[in-house]
Structure formats: structure tokens, C-alpha cells
Design a protein around this ligand. Structure first.
Ligand SMILES: [Fe+2]
Length: 281
């Protein structure tokens, strides 16, 4: 059971047949349809957060840091567009992830991820069919912690995957706000002018979220431009990332895994060539 971690009174993921559960799912679906983002404040209660923070502190030094320069689309530069076009604007990005094999099944982070009611709850909130929703089959990446240190954040981007599920564990001393522009593009329209305007600093459509420790966020970032503002102060920001994918047995590719985690396992070599990446963003 998860009573020592999750506020099951407020979020009854252990009682999927209850009326309260149905109401919770309806509310989350409404939020996700409206602006692609749902937050469950205090999903993990205070004493649960203390356990998660302890676990994160113990393994934070095992985070692997990687650097890249990227545009909002994670694509290469394309000179057919003029200077200043969103596709041609590149930003420094630095990622630090504690690989998933640092989180044992008895620890708090993986206990939430592997709890029998957690996947069905996230899947139903996202309104995804059962045959298109699985845990990530990647022993280095299925459940990880992102460590953000002073001066770091994520520049503006659209996600390449459909959804991300994150749990705030510890905030930096300041900064680190999550900023997003709901539905800035859709399948038929990239809306480059508006994207450029946001990249230029126009904040009129930008929503800001200050997530607190214990808050669970479900975010559909494919159509909503978003970023994490730089963190300031000596304390690191910790965010747990739970990965779900649309096909059973999906696992990260060898090259990308080495880039993000600094090593690969035999599992990744075995799966190479018969997988798609589930990108983290
Ligand atoms: Fe993202």
C-alpha cells in the first residue's frame, strides 16, 4: 500500500471503483483537454516527500550530466528558413538524470511507479486505451530523477512524446517555475509567428506554475510550448519522472541512452533496432 507516501484520502487511486475516483478522473480529463496540463497538489503528502527527498539526496551524486544545443523542435538547423525563424534559434541545454537502476523496488519513488493502481490511474486521466499504454521497459530510464542545479533550466521547446508525468520532490531556493503556452500549435499549423513572439519574450499568453514538493503533474507537451526557468541558490531542484509508452517492450536506443545516462546495459544492445525512443521531454 501507499499510505506512507500518497495522500489516498484526497487521491483514491487504490479505490478505482469508488465514486470519488470517477470524479477525480473526470476532473483531470477536463483539465487535460482544456490546456494539456493537470496538477495534483500534495499527491505525495509531507512525510512521503521527506522519504523521497532522502532517497534523492542519497543518489543525486550519481546523476549523469549531458550538454546540447537545441531548438524548440529538437531538429537540426535548416538554412531554407530565414535567420530568426524558430527552427533556427538554438539554446544551450544541460540535463542531469539519476539513472533508474538507482531506485530499487523497495524505495519510495519506484514503489509509486510500480504500484498496481498508478498506471491505470494515469492512463485513465489521459484517456488512453489499454493496449496503447505501458510502463517503459528500460532499466536505466523507466523512473528517474532530474537534478537541476544553480543557473540551469530547460529552454523553450515542444515535446516529441505525447505526455510526461512528473513529481516535484524538492525545489531550488528560487526560480525553476514551469512556464507554458497551451495549444500554441496543432497538427495542421506550426504557428511559427506566435512561437517566435514567445521566444522574443512576449509573455502575454504564458502561464506560470510553481509546483511544490509532492505535486504530481501530467502534461501533454506536444502542442504546448514550455520551459523551466533557471534555478537559483545552492539547493538543487529534484523532479521524479515516470515514463509511460504506447507500445509494450519499448526501450531507449543505445546512442541516446549513452548520451543521457553515460552508460548502456546489455538490455539496450539486445533491443537495438527493434524499438523507438521515448524521449524524455
Ligand atoms: Fe518538455
Amino acid at each position: 500500500m501507499l499510505h506512507d507516501l500518497v495522500d489516498l484520502g484526497r487521491y483514491p487511486i487504490d479505490r478505482p471503483n469508488s465514486r470519488a475516483y470517477g470524479e477525480m478522473i473526470n476532473e483531470l480529463r477536463k483539465e487535460l483537454e482544456q490546456d494539456g496540463c493537470a496538477v495534483l497538489p500534495g499527491f505525495v503528502h509531507n512525510s512521503g516527500v521527506a522519504l523521497l527527498r532522502q532517497e534523492a539526496d542519497a543518489v543525486a551524486r550519481k546523476a549523469h550530466r549531458s550538454y546540447s544545443r537545441t531548438n524548440a523542435y529538437f531538429t537540426k538547423d535548416d538554412p531554407q528558413y530565414g535567420i530568426g525563424h524558430p527552427i533556427r534559434r538554438f539554446y544551450d541545454r544541460s540535463d542531469a538524470f539519476v539513472p533508474a537502476d538507482n531506485f530499487p523496488g523497495t524505495g519510495p519513488l519506484r514503489r509509486i511507479y510500480e504500484y498496481e493502481g498508478f498506471l491505470p490511474f494515469v492512463r485513465e486521466a489521459l484517456n488512453e486505451p489499454e493496449d496503447r499504454f505501458f510502463r517503459y521497459d528500460d532499466p536505466l530510464a523507466d523512473v528517474i530523477i532530474n537534478v537541476v542545479e544553480e543557473g540551469q533550466g530547460f529552454p523553450w521547446h515542444f515535446d516529441t512524446n505525447n505526455y510526461t508525468v512528473t513529481l516535484a520532490i524538492q525545489n531550488g531556493e528560487a526560480g525553476g517555475a514551469f512556464e507554458y503556452v497551451p495549444n500554441l500549435r496543432d497538427c495542421g499549423n506550426e504557428n511559427f509567428d506566435q512561437v517566435a513572439s514567445v521566444l522574443d519574450g512576449n509573455m502575454s499568453r504564458v502561464r506560470q506554475l510553481e509546483l511544490g514538493p509532492g505535486d504530481l503533474q501530467i502534461f501533454k507537451g506536444r502542442y504546448s510550448l514550455h520551459r523551466v526557468a533557471p534555478v537559483t541558490g545552492a539547493r538543487s531542484r529534484y523532479v521524479g519522472i515516470f515514463s509511460f509508452v504506447e507500445a509494450e517492450g519499448m526501450c531507449g536506443g543505445v546512442e541516446r541512452t549513452r548520451q543521457l545516462y553515460g552508460r548502456v546495459l546489455q538490455h539496450h544492445h539486445d533491443r537495438e533496432g527493434r524499438r523507438e525512443d521515448a524521449l524524455l521531454d
